[in-house]
Structures are given as structure tokens and as C-alpha cells.
Design a protein around this ligand. Structure first.
Ligand code: BTN
Length: 261
């Protein structure tokens, strides 16, 4: 893909960057960089193609030709140690991505599926993988289906994924897109320290699962309930037969199409 690296450096908070044609995983490369004490931060890794793109848990990530695969190495000393910034950091990235996508896809309902996926309607457009390697650094990986097409995607993604190009019929300049994303993310990262509630509120407003019956695997058990949005700490609010639960981390196994708004 055609990146303007100079512009990325000039117009965003990123201090150093590297662009790879083919890479295993930008998160893996970012973690190598995070281990180097003199690595300039924030550091951005982008790749046109990933051969081992990873997602949360056992998820794999398809990096189709024209998609955005990027990982940012951030200095974790910027944020207070408690509570752990991980969930809100990942939500900040998802909110930033959703806000950049929304005006480009006015025909779709752009929002978030907890814990931090970006959806257009019922289909996944982007995923976020935050990792915390040793040394108070965070890696924020974002995969977003920008100019790739589902015509080239594996069969199992055909009914669950969407790309911006397929949605709009247009190609989008990757540099413009990522600059916009990084600017929004930088603003939200400042809020992570000063007003973390702003991030969870924005995510809650964008939550597309509200009113849906969700089945969530958390802490070795499965819980079912009606989604009531996203809590102040980034957890999922689920109305169950036991009352309102706040789920700090977990995997949504499935949701029912019925809606109880
Ligand atoms: C998920 O859907 O579970 C998260 C997917 C995150 C994918 C991105 S692509 C860039 C970065 N490098 C990776 O290997 N994963 C993330």
C-alpha cells in the first residue's frame, strides 16, 4: 500500500515509524521494539500484509490486500497504574476508529461490540488487540478492513466481516485515514489520564449490543443476559436473572437477534 511516512511523522504524535511489506504480526514486532529501552515513543509499526495476524484469545486476523494493520508502542508511565488502563485503552482505540469510519460510511450504523470491536451494522470492520509487555509499555494493535475486499477473504469471514471499500465502492487514502485515527486516538489517550469516564461514555453511546441477549464466557463460566451497555471502567453491563452484572473481561460467544431495548 502507498504510505506517506513523512506525513505520518509530521502530522501525528508518532515519533518513529516503520513500514513493512510483509510481516508476521505488527504486534509481535511492536513488542520487540517495546523491549528496547531507547525506543522512541510513540512508535508506529505498519504492514501491508501479515502472515500471522493475531486477535484476542484464539482469534486470528485476516490482513487482506489493502487493509490497515498497525501497532503503536506507547509509554505506559503516562497513565496511573490502578486501575489497569488496558480495557479503556482498547476501547479508546475502537472509539477513535469508529469515529473516523462513521462519516465515510453514512449508509451503515457504525459502532462498537464489547470488548472493543468496530462493527458496521452486524458485521465486523476492525479489531483491537492491546498487549502489555514487561517494562511499562503498551502495544495497541489495530486491524481495519479499509481497501481490502471480501472477494479475497477466507470463506468463514464472508458472512461476518465487512470492508470499507466493499461498503462504499471507493478506495480510501490509507495515510489520511491513519492520520485521522491517530489524532483522535491521541486526544483520547490524554483523556485516559484526566477524564477516563469520557472514553467509557463514548463507547457506551456507540455500543451496538444494547438490548441484545448475549452469552458471555467469563472466568471459566458462561453467563447469559441482556446487554445494558458499557460500564465506566470499560466492563460489560449484563442484566441477568441474578441482577445486573458487570463483566470485566470475557468473550461474547453469541447474541440473539431479539432485542429488548
Ligand atoms: C480481534 O479481533 O480479536 C483483534 C484483532 C487485532 C488485529 C490487529 S492487526 C494489527 C495487529 N497485529 C496483530 O497481529 N494483531 C493486531
Amino acid at each position: 500500500m502507498c504510505w506517506d511516512i513523512d506525513r505520518l511523522l509530521r502530522e501525528t504524535f508518532v515519533r518513529a515509524t516503520e513500514h513493512h511489506g510483509v510481516l508476521g504480526s505488527t504486534n509481535d514486532r511492536a513488542k520487540e521494539l517495546a523491549a528496547q529501552p531507547d525506543c522512541p515513543l510513540p512508535y508506529l509499526v505498519v504492514a501491508d500484509q501479515q502472515t500471522a495476524g493475531r486477535g484476542r484469545g484464539r482469534n486470528r486476523w485476516w490482513t487482506g490486500r489493502g487493509s490497515v494493520a498497525m501497532s503503536l508502542v506507547l509509554d505506559g508511565r503516562t497513565w496511573p497504574e490502578q486501575p489497569q488502563p488496558g480495557p479503556l485503552l482498547a476501547l479508546a482505540a475502537a472509539v477513535a476508529a469508529a469515529r473516523v469510519v462513521a462519516p465515510l460510511a453514512p449508509q451503515g450504523r457504525v459502532g462498537i461490540h464489547w470488548p472493543n470491536d468496530v462493527y458496521v451494522g452486524q458485521k465486523k470492520l476492525a479489531g483491537v488487540l492491546v498487549e502489555a509487555p514487561p517494562g511499562k509499555r503498551f502495544v495497541v494493535g489495530i486491524g481495519l478492513n479499509l481497501n481490502n475486499t471480501l472477494a479475497e477473504a477466507p470463506a468463514e469471514l464472508q458472512s461476518t466481516a465487512v470492508t470499507l471499500r466493499d461498503l462504499t465502492g471507493n478506495e480510501h487514502d490509507p495515510t489520511d485515514f491513519v492520520i485521522n485515527l491517530l489524532k483522535r486516538l491521541a486526544a483520547m489517550l490524554r483523556q485516559l489520564t484526566t477524564q477516563p469516564g469520557v472514553i467509557s461514555k463514548a463507547a457506551d453511546e456507540l455500543c451496538l449490543q444494547r438490548g441484545l441477549t448475549l452469552m458471555v464466557e467469563t472466568g471459566g463460566r458462561t453467563v447469559q443476559g441482556i446487554c445494558r451497555g458499557i460500564a465506566a471502567d470499560g466492563g460489560l453491563l449484563l442484566a441477568t436473572t441474578q441482577g445486573l452484572l458487570r463483566i470485566a473481561s470475557g468473550v461474547v460467544l453469541r447474541h440473539s437477534p431479539s432485542r429488548d431495548a
